[in-house]
Design a binder for this molecule. Structure first.
Ligand SMILES: *Cc1c(COP(=O)(O)O)cnc(C)c1O
Length: 424
């Protein structure tokens, strides 16, 4: 489907039925697959042949949806995971192990921050968090001998920092490590990080991709562009024999598919964070309208941001597509067609006024979610980021008064009317 435009890919990629087969991607709700030859089953276990045998490793429904996401991002291979958290975890652990180091933008989703700052640390992988707006020199200074990955979010949740993808990619490549980007908020409709130098792209498909707040899920896409063999000593897991598969070397046997094959064959085999085929089916339905929904989310978000900006009780508004925003220029460069449907703002009355206004909203609900069809709000300092102290909050770009507003695709006049009455 590589020749088609992205709207067509949203609908058509990943599944092409043969003559007389179901028009719509079937749900292969089966843990296992039957074979008539014991020898063939053995070859599957040795990765000598590709095929399905157990859904923890691969499932046809999941593979079709992964292939669609892969095509949308312009990647070489992809896999689904049970959640965005699993995708973040696997994307790093497929490359790093105890004793290694990673570099992350400090503007991160709260769950990712906890995972990388605390849980990975217990597993022996240390993270350095850098200011996303740092200079090239500051970024270069963060690298160590044992650095294996650079990580950041295209548009940070909830700080709405637009990452300078080219700056981070250049620094990663200069030090011989891949650049991993969480593209959850922009989605491939608005930005394709691989085109700007990202090597691996991950998603919480729970957000816009599903778009209906029905399934938790994640995805990992590999561009196939990073030359693991050129940095052999840094990535022995990919470039030296895997004894659990009779000594195969992933880069030699699988080429551009090495990273995803290893993540499936080792991490999914051992840790088992699979997406259920039922959820993958629902995710696929969401993907079919992703291009339509993103356009409306972005249009509505910009309209709400403009309304808030002119409201006397509002202290500040952040929306990367709003002229005058700190990240407007980067957003115009990396996502000229629109950023995302999430905006943030603060009220002149501070934290107390934020809580009061949120309680007055009627159509817009208080929900621990973003990026689905329904408008919702959240106060990160009291909710998603409540484990962080004041300093960590500021470093993550989350002011204590910040209200995160995920603007849905309802009629814009109804959304603004609700905001207006809540601010009375
Ligand atoms: C929600 C989110 C995650 C975590 O995804 P889950 O599907 O909730 O596990 C990771 N990154 C970003 C940017 C997110 O918004």
């Amino acid at each position: 489907m590589t020749d088609f435009r992205i709207e067509t890919k949203c609908i058509q990629s990943g599944y092409e039925p043969g003559n007389g087969e179901p028009r719509v991607l079937p749900i292969y709700q089966s843990t296992t697959f039957r074979y008539t030859s014991s020898e063939q089953m053995g070859r599957l276990f040795d990765l000598e042949e590709s095929g399905y045998f157990y859904t923890r490793l691969q499932n046809p429904t999941n593979d079709a949806v992964a292939a669609k996401i892969c095509d949308l991002e312009g990647g070489a291979a992809a896999m689904l995971t049970s959640s965005g958290q699993a995708a973040s975890f696997y994307s790093i652990m497929n490359l790093a192990q105890a004793g290694d180091h990673i570099i992350c933008s400090s503007a991160l989703y709260g769950g990712t921050y906890n995972l990388y700052a605390h849980t990975l640390k217990k597993m022996g992988v240390e993270a350095t968090f850098v200011d996303p707006d740092c200079t090239e020199e500051e970024l270069n200074n963060a690298f160590r001998e044992n650095t294996k990955v650079v990580f950041g979010e295209t548009i940070a949740n909830p700080a709405l920092v637009v990452l300078d993808l080219e700056k981070f990619a250049a620094a990663a490549h200069k030090h011989g490590v891949p650049f991993i980007v969480d593209n959850t908020f922009a989605t491939p409709i608005n930005c394709r990080p691989i085109e700007w130098g990202a090597d691996i792209v991950i998603h919480s498909t729970t957000k816009y991709m599903d778009g209906h707040a029905s399934c938790v899920g994640g995805a990992i896409v590999d561009s196939g562009n990073f030359d693991w063999e050129a940095h052999k000593e840094k990535f022995p897991g990919l470039t030296t024999p895997d004894e659990t598969y009779h000594g195969i070397v992933y880069t030699q046997k699988f080429g551009k598919l090495a990273y995803i094959t290893k993540a499936t064959a080792q991490l999914m085999r051992d840790l088992g964070s699979i997406q259920s085929p039922q959820n993958a089916f629902l995710l696929n339905l969401g993907l079919e309208t992703l291009h339509l929904r993103m356009a409306r989310h972005c249009e509505n978000a910009l309209a709400v941001a403009e309304y808030l900006k002119n409201h006397e009780k509002v202290a500040w508004v952040s929306c990367p597509s709003l002229p005058g925003d700190k990240y407007y220029d980067l957003a115009q460069k990396y996502m000229p067609g629109g950023s995302c449907g999430v905006i943030t703002f603060g009220l002149k009355g501070g934290r107390a006024a934020a809580v009061e206004m949120m309680d007055k909203l009627k159509l817009v609900a208080i929900v621990t979610h973003v990026a689905d069809a329904r408008s919702c709000v959240l106060h990160p300092a009291s909710h998603t980021h409540r484990q962080m102290n004041e300093q960590e909050l500021m470093e993550a770009g989350v002011q204590p008064d910040l209200i995160r507003f995920s603007v849905g695709i309802e009629n814009i006049n109804d959304i603004i009317a609700d905001v207006r009455q809540a601010l009375l």
